[in-house]
Write a protein that binds this ligand. Sequence first.
Ligand code: PEP
Length: 247
Amino acid sequence: MRKLAAGNWKMNGVENSLAEIDALIAAHPAPGCDVLICPPATLLSRLSDRASGSAIATGGQDCHQNASGAHTGDISAGMIADAGGSHVILGHSERRADHGESDALVNAKSLAAWTAGLTAVICVGETLAEREAGQTIAIVGGQLAGSVPDGATSANTVIAYEPVWAIGTGKVPTLEEIGAVHDDIRARLTARFGEDANGIRILYGGSVKPSNAAEIFAVPNVDGALVGGASLKAADFGGIIAALEQA
Ligand code: PEP
């Protein structure tokens, strides 16, 4: 399995930020892992053009569940593909919290992504209160069951386990805690989708940095990372890519 370093720029980035892509390509012209950058929608087309011919894939941070129509402010999966994207992040905890996205909606968006030929990067993860209540495995398992549609394959789906309390906080679960959740996700995926699900990448996300990436990537069933803050600068993201290449 090729591991995956995925960057989520969130609501950060303007024209000047494209220089980071040039620097990333220059530093990692032939990375030993897959590399994905999901910029804000306004930059996707420009970034895709800039990364064209390189090993860097691009994607969106969300899409609407419908293919087109009267949905002011939204973008469709087909529009992401049209702008050069190959992936779309779905069900990120910030969208679940800020926009009330349910598992059912994430499921519908994932189907829309597949229909447009995109790979869905489906995010799951518990809040701090849920972890402290000992509910992590149940919460993540429930999100997985509800958010991932029937028909998921290693080609059309990536799972990102992102504890909500670890995103942008500098806090990271212990390696044992990460391993326990990733093992459980793998077991649920193979039970539901069969042998092919051993090839579905399960990313860890939440305060991954160059300094902690290697130890996280050494955990079994951690097949890469979804990275927020540290994906904005080529030097930081490059350090994470380097760690993944060694894993
Ligand atoms: C994320 O937004 O998916 C994320 C993991 O953010 P950060 O790396 O900044 O914690």
